[in-house]
Design a protein around this ligand. Sequence first.
Ligand code: ZN
Length: 182
Amino acid sequence: MNVARYLIPIDSRLSAAEYAKNAETVLREMGVISSEDERFPSLFYRGNKSTEPFEKEPGDDEQGFESACIFSGPHFTLAPDEYVDGIRCPKCDAEITDQWADAMKDQEGYKREDDVSQVWVSCPKCGYTCRVHEVKPDTVDKFFLTDRYVCFWNARMPRAEWVAEFDRRLGCHHEVFEYGWT
Ligand SMILES: [Zn+2]
């Protein structure tokens, strides 16, 4: 079982790039993250206090997460970023996973890395058309359309007190949500 824990700023007044820079600075100062992955910018390794933000269970080791990502657009993307199955039409509830997955691909068939805020998907059953974040997913509460987020892979739930501190230091509120897959 894998899980991605997302922190999505919902009232940040900064640009996405400024938000990401501040988030990186704060997470480094807290010792949560250390260096950036040389091959994959915006991916970060664990710091020496990587367990601090998260709940703890007996038997946990000293590693709070596998890796962290700070996404900062500039385009709008969907969170979760991982493959999501079981996509339904918000109007008639028909399964539209294939249509949705196609809409999320670029011309070469790769996951699109451009702005998805105006990408539409149509339901073959009832003809209803909506944007890719407005569909009804079975396996996650909803999709967030966002140009910035922080994500930790294979971490426990962030602690409320830690999120409050992170909110305070970033000057905005973060919505926490998770996506798990096998
Ligand atoms: Zn439909």
